[in-house]
Design a protein around this ligand. Structure first.
Ligand code: 1OR
Length: 288
């Protein structure tokens, strides 16, 4: 049957917009819950409203499995409050905890994106308010951008040495959070002495590294090329930038903000710190 709200897009499945009535207060809570979520970042006004309309509020108790590995993908979830553990069982082995989410976390996109069975079990560990987005709305509004970005950065991130030890899914989460930014020859990307807010990986091109020592003497340090990263030191230490990075020719960078850096690169922080000890430097660097 065809209702007034039924739409027939030029490609893909026909759909009826899901509208679950909500109070202003609920809409406000959804806004807060998805504000910092990269998957919702590039929605236009109409897409945003459609997502908010379609979300269903759900209360979950500790011990409850929101998602069961091997199950069918029906919803994508955003946690407004609470906490969750993620378990994966491989080759019939007992489940192993692989990850944890807190407030603001979101999960359950994989089965919806790839029409695959649920890849993990997600168990509530602290009472939670969640927002569930149905499969059709997820695919219609959130999937395209998400899969485009994951595909776009997939090959590149596989070749970034520092990320080699991560699970493919961890690199996908990094892809969600990355943004590309370009600089022209001789443009300053970061400046020694400035406060650091971003981490960078070189996608294309090369950078020069310049450092001014305590006596004001300028030194040219070894340059950076595709796959190399920089900007991590200030984020690890909260100290000002220890060097100036300048574009050498045109460069394209993939960048992460500080919060995403801390959350997504946590598993490689020790490697990042260890690598600092190999730096050529003319100023004192302290990691504590
Ligand atoms: P789903 O639809 O498959 C389970 O349902 C969800 O758990 C999944 O989407 C992800 O959103 C989320 N591997 C696979 N899925 C994970 C993982 C994960 N972590 C969270 N989910 N990891 C790899 C384990 C080998 C953990 C990476 C840190």
């Amino acid at each position: 049957s065809v209702s007034a709200e039924s739409m027939a897009p030029t490609s893909g499945e026909a759909y009826v917009k899901v509208v679950i009535p909500k109070t202003e207060e609920q809409k406000q809570r959804i806004e807060t819950s998805i504000k910092n979520n990269f998957l919702f970042k590039s929605l236009d006004e109409e897409q945003y409203m459609d997502v908010v309309d379609a979300m269903a509020e759900k209360k979950v108790m500790p011990g409850e499995d929101v998602i069961k590995q091997g199950g069918v993908g029906d919803f994508f979830y955003v946690a407004e409050t609470g906490a969750f553990d993620v378990f994966v069982s491989r080759n019939g082995q007992p489940p192993v905890k692989v990850f944890a989410y807190g407030a603001g976390g979101s999960f359950g996109e994989l089965a919806l994106m790839y029409n695959a069975p649920r890849a993990a079990t997600v168990t509530c560990t602290e009472e939670s308010i969640m927002w569930a987005l149905d499969r059709v709305t997820f695919r219609r509004i959130l999937m395209e951008n998400t899969s485009r970005k994951r595909r776009m950065y997939e090959n590149f991130l596989e070749e970034v040495a520092i990320l080699a030890s991560l699970e493919p899914y961890e690199r996908q989460k990094i892809a969600d959070a990355l943004e590309s930014i370009s600089f022209n020859d001789e443009e300053i990307i970061i400046k020694q002495g400035d406060v650091g807010d971003n981490f960078y990986i070189i996608e294309q091109g090369e950078c020069r590294v310049i450092q001014i020592d305590e006596n004001g003497v300028e030194h040219e340090l070894p340059g950076l090329k595709k796959g190399d990263y920089f900007g991590e030191l200030s984020l690890l230490t909260n100290n000002p930038r220890k060097a100036t990075i300048v574009a050498k020719g045109r460069v394209k960078l993939a960048t992460l903000g500080k919060k995403a850096f801390v959350r997504l690169l946590g598993p490689v922080v020790d490697i990042l710190k260890r690598n600092v000890t190999n730096y050529h430097t003319f100023v004192k660097i302290s990691l504590d």
